[in-house]
Design a protein around this ligand. Structure first.
Ligand code: HEM
Length: 422
């Protein structure tokens, strides 16, 4: 097909589309990016941002891009973080396998998977339950509290630290670095200079801290991921120190911020739909399926990007090799072409084995499918179980809780709530 001809598939930006793009990709749209996503999705499958990025809106196209290695994630740094120079990239943005392609991606992901087995996750169930009970105890003692500070952050933070091997005296510090790195996932042109400076400082701080911790573990191995990773070998390959540090940092940030955001936005959805809480109370097995539905509706990773590794057509547009695309996970997950009544919370949506709902894109698809998905889902499931058992009511104290300005890794800044005991 003639590229010039096929490029007409990009919808002409009209004022409604331009306004929706601005809301969707800017901090002011954080409380409800979904209304803007719906405007774009219904206006067309493909749009272009003012800086020339193509944006995909519909489930089938987004899923197709994520599922195939015809699209690479390795160009991410150049596309989203043009202020990072290639020489400084490893220190500014740790280059983990999240941003690599086969064969490097396969080699590193296989090595990491070995140090991060399902057995390791299952073994965490009693510890996650114990910690969740403690956090809910604190909440019940307070009565009114900030759910983000009291439960959403400490739960995945403490579990991730224990899993990786970060001692408790460093929790505060790694939490701050992690927040600064998560903010830095946004496109550089949307970030104020202080956010870019904070991202560099966090990256260097993390690298230095994990390097020290790694040396300690090499001298005295412990029962944690850092020790396991420093020992894994695969047909003679070992992780280089740079790869190992980058992997630990990415695993930490990817696991901590995203899960915290799911806890906050997911519980807010349930508080706004108390009938769904009551459904789970009446049918406790549903807590196993509800986390997927909450993540479909409120994906912590709202968007991702890919670049074409060969000429390829998507949504009627021919992309040339190296051309990038923004995948709107937040739009795809609510596409009425993929989900019945897509804006409704239905905690049983994923519970019917005979008519399973389409896999949502909240953990991506294909070779970069989230390595920590079972852990994140388990944490959320246990939290729902404990809350249903220990609390009679949980309700928000404000209609409009504040959101962090983050576009890519989106979540609540605070969520004041009231809890009453069962
Ligand atoms: C609700 C929580 C979580 C969400 C929404 C989430 C989401 C995602 C997404 C969307 C990707 C792929 C990004 C892309 O394709 O562009 C990803 C990859 C990844 N996630 Fe998660 N994640 C979560 C929790 C975790 C946890 C708990 C861990 C580990 C402790 C983790 C570790 C990783 C790693 C290592 C990758 C890279 C995989 C690869 O490139 O092969 N994530 N995650």
């Amino acid at each position: 097909m003639d590229p010039a001809q096929s490029n007409t598939a990009v919808a002409e930006p009209d004022s409604a589309v331009a306004a929706a793009l601005a809301r969707l990709l800017g901090p002011e749209g954080r409380p409800d990016p979904y209304a803007a996503a719906a405007v774009l999705r219904e206006a067309g499958p493909l749009h272009q941002t003012p800086i020339g990025h193509h944006v995909l809106t519909r489930y089938e196209d987004c899923a197709a891009v994520l599922s195939t290695t015809a699209w690479s994630h390795a160009e991410e740094a150049g596309m989203m973080h043009p202020t990072v120079s290639p020489e400084n990239a490893p220190e500014e943005l740790p280059t983990s396998f999240l941003w690599m392609e086969p064969p490097d991606h396969t080699r590193l992901r296989n090595l990491v998977t070995k140090g991060f087995t399902p057995r390791m996750v299952t073994r965490l169930r009693p510890r996650i339950t114990e910690l969740t009970e403690q956090l809910v105890d604190n909440a019940l003692a307070a009565g009114e509290f900030d759910l983000v500070e009291t439960i959403a952050y400490p739960l995945p933070l403490i579990i991730a630290c224990e899993l990786i091997g970060v001692p408790s005296e460093a929790y505060e510090q790694v939490h701050r670095w992690s927040q600064d790195l998560a903010r830095g996932f946004d496109h550089d042109y949307t970030l104020p200079p202080e956010a870019l400076t904070a991202r560099s400082a966090a990256s260097r701080g993390f690298m230095g801290y994990f390097r020290e911790l790694l040396n300690e573990r090499r001298a005295r191995p412990a029962d944690d991921l850092l020790s396991a990773l420093s020992l894994v070998e695969d047909r003679g390959d070992v992780l280089t120190e740079q790869e190992l540090l980058a992997t630990c940092i990415t695993t930490f940030v990817a696991g901590h911020e995203t899960t915290a955001n799911l806890v906050g936005t997911g519980l807010l959805q349930l508080m706004r739909n108390p009938d769904q809480f009551e459904r789970m109370r009446a049918q406790p097995g549903l807590t196993e399926y509800a986390p997927d539905e909450l993540l479909r509706l409120e994906p912590s990773v709202q968007i991702t990007t890919r670049a074409a590794t060969r000429p390829i057509e998507v949504a009627g547009h021919r992309f040339e090799t190296g051309e990038g695309v923004v995948v709107l996970i937040n739009s795809a997950n609510r596409d009425p072409r993929a989900y019945a009544d897509p804006d409704r919370v239905d905690v049983a949506r994923y519970a019917d084995p005979h008519h399973p709902a389409k896999k949502h894109l909240g953990f991506s698809l294909g070779i970069h499918y989230c390595l920590g998905a079972p852990l994140a889902l388990l944490e959320m499931e246990i939290l729902l179980d404990v809350l249903l058992r220990r609390a009679r009511t949980l309700e928000p104290l404000t209609e409009n809780p504040p959101y962090k300005p983050n576009v890519v890794i989106r979540g609540l800044e605070a969520l004041p709530v009231r809890i009453t005991p069962a």
